[in-house]
Write a protein that binds this ligand. Structure first.
Ligand SMILES: *[C@@H]1O[C@H](CO)[C@@H](O)[C@H](O)[C@H]1NC(C)=O
Ligand SMILES: *[C@@H]1O[C@H](CO)[C@@H](O)[C@H](O)[C@H]1NC(C)=O
Length: 306
C-alpha cells in the first residue's frame, strides 16, 4: 500500500469507533495524521488550530466515558391527539347522525387530505406606546411584511384562507401580505392574540408575567391550538394551505403542542419577524414541522434580531 493511502486508511479506520477505546485510537490517529502534515502542509496558524481542535474535541475521553446513545424518554405518540381519529369518531354519535347521507358511507369517515398551516410571525412594530392600537408597524416592519407576502406568493401554493390575530401588528402584517395573495379570504381571530401560554422552563428573568396571565392566556392559546391545529375533516377533498399571521409565543407553543414536545419548552426557540413556520398534518394525524421561523428569503439588513 502506498504511504499516502496507508495513512488515510489508518485515519479513517479509527474514526467510527466512538467508544472509550476508540476515542483513544481516534486521538492517536488524529495526532499522527497531524504530525505527518495530513491536514495539509502550508496552513495558517488559525487554520491549524481549528482543524486540530475539531478532531481532538470530538475525541475527549470524558465525552466518550458517558453513553453516546441518547436515552429514549418513553413518551409515545398519541395518535388521537386532536380527537379526530376515525376509529374513535365512528363509534360515537357523530356517525349515527349522518347515516342518512349516502356520501358518509363512501367516505367511511376517514380524512384524506393533508393540511398545511403556515404560521407567520408579525413583522417589526413600534414598541413605544402602551396600547395595542399604538403598536403599529415600523417602516422596516412594513417592508418585512412585503417580503413575506412576496415569498408566500412566489411559493405558488393554493392558499385557502389568511387568518390573523386581531392585534394591530398582526392585522397590519396580514393586510400587507394579503395584497400579494389576491382572492384569498382574510379573517380576524381574537383567540390568536399574543400572551403567556405556559410558564417557560427554564425560567427567564427578563419576562415574568403574573400567574393569572398564564391562567387566562394559557387557556385561550390552547383553545386557538385546538381550533386551528388538527387533521383534515373527512369532508375535505383536497390538500389545504392556510396562513395564520400571529405571534411568537403563540407559534412556539403551537409547534411544541403539535409535535407533542413538552409545551413548557416553547421559549427555547426564537423566531424572526415576518418568518414562516410550516406545519403539515397528514390524514393519519402525523405531524411534520417543515420549517421553523424561516426568514432566509429576507436580505440580512431586513432581519430584526434585537
Ligand atoms: C415610534 O413611535 C414614536 C412616537 O409614538 C416615534 O417618535 C418613533 O420615531 C417611532 N419609532 C419608529 C422606529 O418608528
Ligand atoms: C421583532 O420585532 C419586535 C418589535 O417589533 C421586537 O421586539 C422583536 O425582538 C423582533 N424579533 C426579532 C426576532 O428580531
Amino acid at each position: 500500500i502506498p504511504e499516502e493511502k496507508r495513512r488515510r486508511l489508518q485515519f479513517y479506520s479509527a474514526t467510527p469507533k466512538l467508544n472509550s477505546e476508540g476515542s483513544a485510537a481516534l486521538l492517536l490517529a488524529a495526532a499522527t495524521a497531524d504530525s505527518r502534515g495530513y491536514f495539509g502542509e502550508r496552513r495558517t496558524e488559525a487554520g491549524s488550530r481549528w482543524s486540530k481542535l475539531s478532531v481532538l474535541q470530538a475525541a475527549q475521553p470524558a465525552w466518550a466515558a458517558t453513553s453516546i446513545t441518547p436515552v429514549p424518554t418513553g413518551h409515545a405518540w398519541d395518535v388521537n391527539w386532536d380527537k379526530r381519529d376515525p376509529s374513535t369518531l365512528s363509534n360515537g354519535k357523530k356517525k349515527g347522525s349522518t347515516t342518512e347521507d349516502p356520501r358518509s358511507e363512501q367516505d367511511n369517515g376517514k380524512p384524506k387530505a393533508t393540511r398545511n398551516i403556515l404560521l407567520i410571525r408579525h413583522s417589526q412594530y413600534n414598541l413605544s406606546g402602551s396600547s395595542d392600537k399604538e403598536h403599529i408597524l415600523t417602516p422596516l416592519g412594513r417592508e418585512q411584511a412585503e417580503l413575506t407576502g412576496h415569498r408566500l406568493s412566489s411559493l405558488g401554493l393554493k392558499y385557502d384562507v389568511l387568518i390573523h390575530s386581531s392585534m394591530t401588528r398582526a392585522t397590519e402584517t396580514a393586510h400587507i401580505i394579503s395584497k400579494h395573495l389576491p382572492g384569498v379570504e382574510l379573517l380576524s381571530c381574537d383567540l390568536l392574540q399574543e400572551g403567556a401560554p405556559i410558564e417557560p422552563v427554564p425560567p427567564v428573568t427578563h419576562w415574568k408575567p403574573d400567574a393569572v396571565q398564564y391562567h387566562e392566556d394559557g387557556a385561550r392559546i390552547e383553545a386557538a391550538f385546538r381550533r386551528y391545529i388538527h387533521r383534515a375533516d373527512p369532508k375535505q377533498k383536497e390538500d389545504s394551505y392556510e396562513i395564520i399571521v400571529c405571534h411568537a409565543n403563540v407559534i412556539r407553543y403551537f409547534v411544541c403542542r403539535a409535535l407533542q414536545f413538552p409545551p413548557e419548552g416553547w421559549l427555547r426557540m426564537g423566531l424572526h419577524n415576518g418568518s414562516i413556520t410550516w406545519l403539515t398534518i397528514r390524514p393519519s394525524g402525523r405531524v411534520a414541522l417543515r420549517t421553523l421561523g424561516d426568514a432566509g428569503f429576507m436580505p440580512p439588513d431586513k432581519l430584526t434580531r434585537t
